[in-house]
Design a protein around this ligand. Structure first.
Ligand SMILES: Nc1nc2c(ncn2[C@@H]2O[C@H](COP(=O)(O)OP(=O)(O)OP(=O)(O)O)[C@@H](O)[C@H]2O)c(=O)[nH]1
Ligand SMILES: [Mg+2]
Length: 399
């Protein structure tokens, strides 16, 4: 090889080596012509076409429109947690409560209800007798106590005469008084009259406000408790709302009511009462009548007519009960006399004995008219009607 060619060859080799060395050094300094990283796909440009396309952002910009605040949904109440079911063991099945028996108030003690009569009448006598050695003035005091208590003139005379005789024989005057009162009250039949079968009828009469309707309500209650079917005839067509009062009692006791329009003929109500009670196969018919003064002839005749109508339809009433107000006093004997003449009273109901310091009318009526007291009213409640028992009465009176 010629030296010319040799120099040319060496020059080219050196040039190539130089280029390689320079490229290597450049690469080591970080520059170099690295292949561009693959650009993310640019979003389609929305700008006008003459706008220079911006280089694709390396990081996607956040959206400019603020997102609406997220309203948190109301907290959802947790579903009710069912009480844990005691699955395996079935709860014991409680037996249904036995049907409660009807509440029947205990009969009030006569002794307690007669406390006023005992203090005003019985104990006044007992105190005087216990003093012993009664003077004529003491005997006058005894007489006054008896008369004030509505024992009546005839019974008072009988009691005083008898006790004076006992004093002279040194007897126990309190015991003598007890015996005397029981002797006057006697052993009359005080049960209420009833038919052995068929409809029993009780007629109830008396002056105004003595307690007729209340007594009928109490009687209806007692009869219903004993399993009898009761019809009430509202033959007080005179006083406003008298039938409503009876209806209230009927509702309480389970009785039925027969009534007419206000002002109707009371005898017609009694007539319908008998018919209805018979057709309904009732056991007892109780006829309520208007309060009337025993001195008013036309009113007493009206009562006589009621009785006659009942008698014509069903025979004589099993009871004609006169209701006397124990607080009205001696007038009761006149009332009893007049009502007996007109309507044939068979027994007395002495009402309001709980509210009086007297109570002697029981003795006076028996002594003067021979009419037995059959029932005593000792309060306003349905149970406050007691059969009259002379021994309990006298014990309650003189303590
Ligand atoms: N303390 C007491 N009050 C009674 C008794 N009986 C009735 N009464 C009351 O006496 C008042 C009159 O009773 P009624 O039953 O309406 O009398 P009545 O005889 O039907 O009255 P008239 O139909 O208007 O003549 C009422 O307030 C009753 O609550 C009783 O035994 N004791
Ligand atoms: Mg009445």
């Amino acid at each position: 090889m010629s030296p010319t060619y040799l120099f040319l060859y060496l020059g080219v080799v050196l040039l190539v080596l130089g280029v390689i060395v320079v490229g290597y050094v450049t690469t080591r300094r970080g520059g170099g012509v690295a292949a561009p990283p693959e650009a993310p796909e640019a979003p389609p440009a929305e700008g006008p076409p003459d706008v220079v396309e911006a280089p694709p952002p390396a990081v996607e910009a956040p959206p400019l429109v603020e997102a609406p605040p997220v309203v948190a949904p109301p907290p959802i109440a947790p579903p009710p947690v069912a009480p844990p079911v005691e699955a395996s063991v079935a709860p014991p099945i409680e037996a249904p409560p036995a049907e409660a028996p009807p509440v029947v108030a205990a009969k009030p003690a006569l002794h307690e209800r007669l406390s006023r009569a005992r203090q005003g009448f019985g104990q006044a006598l007992v105190r005087t007798f216990r003093r012993g050695g009664l003077t004529p003035e003491d005997w006058e005091e005894v007489e006054a106590i008896l008369l004030q208590a509505d024992v009546g003139v005839a019974a008072t005379k009988r009691i005083v005469d008898d006790l004076k005789a006992k004093q002279s024989s040194d007897g126990d005057l309190v015991e003598a008084l007890r015996a005397e009162l029981l002797a006057i009250l006697g052993t009359a039949d005080r049960s209420l009259g009833r038919k052995p079968s068929g409809l029993t009828i009780w007629l109830v009469a008396g002056v105004n406000g003595t307690g007729k309707t209340t007594t009928i309500g109490k009687l209806a209650t007692q009869e219903a408790h004993e399993g009898r079917r009761v019809v009430l005839a509202a033959a007080d067509t005179f006083r406003a709302a008298a039938d409503e009062q009876l209806e209230v009692w009927a509702e309480r006791s389970g009785a039925e009511v027969v009534k007419h329009a206000p002002g109707a003929d009371p005898a017609a109500v009694a007539f319908d009462g008998v018919k209805a009670a018979k057709s309904r196969r009732a056991d007892v018919l109780i006829v309520d009548t208007a309060g009337r003064l025993h001195t008013k002839r036309n009113l007493m005749e009206e009562l006589g007519k009621i009785r006659r109508v009942v008698e014509r339809e069903a025979g004589p009433p099993d009871e004609v009960l006169l209701v006397l107000d124990a607080t009205t006093g001696q007038n009761g004997i006149q009332q009893a006399r007049a009502f007996t003449e007109t309507a044939g009273v068979t027994g007395i109901v002495l009402s309001k004995l709980d509210g009086t310091a007297k109570g002697g009318i029981v003795i006076g009526v028996q002594q003067e008219l021979g009419l037995p007291v059959k029932l005593v009213g000792i309060g306003e409640g349905a149970e406050d009607l007691a059969p009259f028992d002379p021994v309990s009465f006298v014990d309650a009176l003189i303590g």
